[in-house]
Ligand binder design. Structure first.
Ligand SMILES: [Zn+2]
Length: 152
């Protein structure tokens, strides 16, 4: 808690009366960041990626740095593998749009699909694996894959 002791030093012991939660709210917490486009936000060591299925079934992938600043598509590569329950794999390729990688065509998502989103940025490959569940969450009404409810 480097920052806490720092604040204590500056503001004095009165700050100790402030619940710790209020202090913690000011700290960057990558796990609490909301996906800017309502998709699934995933953290990597080199890059963060937001995965989003649009209403027309095209897939968009937005890239960010660790501070959630958008990273424009340039020399990164993005590939998506979808694996259905039967084990059949589909590879989805992307075009570079102005602000996001966009799938070259609409994607048919098999029921119970597992997704592997492979992002290569700055020479470092990162694989993000998740269940691509399209049914809506009862809590936040978003598709389950993009759910950001607490504890559901
Ligand atoms: Zn939810």
């Amino acid at each position: 808690m480097k920052t806490t002791s720092h604040l204590k030093h500056i503001l004095g012991a009165a700050l100790l009366a402030v619940p710790l939660a209020l202090i913690a709210a000011d700290q960057p917490n990558p796990a609490k960041d909301k996906a800017p486009h309502g998709g699934r936000l995933m953290g990597g060591t080199a890059v963060r990626a937001e995965f989003l299925v649009k209403a027309d079934q095209t897939v968009e992938v937005y890239l960010y740095d660790q501070q959630l600043k958008p990273v424009a598509p340039a020399d990164q590569t993005v590939t998506l593998i979808l694996q259905g329950k039967d084990g059949a794999k589909t590879k989805v390729e992307f075009n570079k749009g102005a602000g996001a990688f966009v799938s070259k065509s609409p994607v048919t998502i098999p029921e119970g699909a597992k997704a592997i989103l492979a992002v290569k940025a700055g020479g470092k490959p990162e694989n993000f694996r998740f269940d691509l569940i399209m049914s809506p969450c009862k809590g936040c009404k978003k598709p389950e894959y993009a759910c950001d409810c607490e504890g559901c």
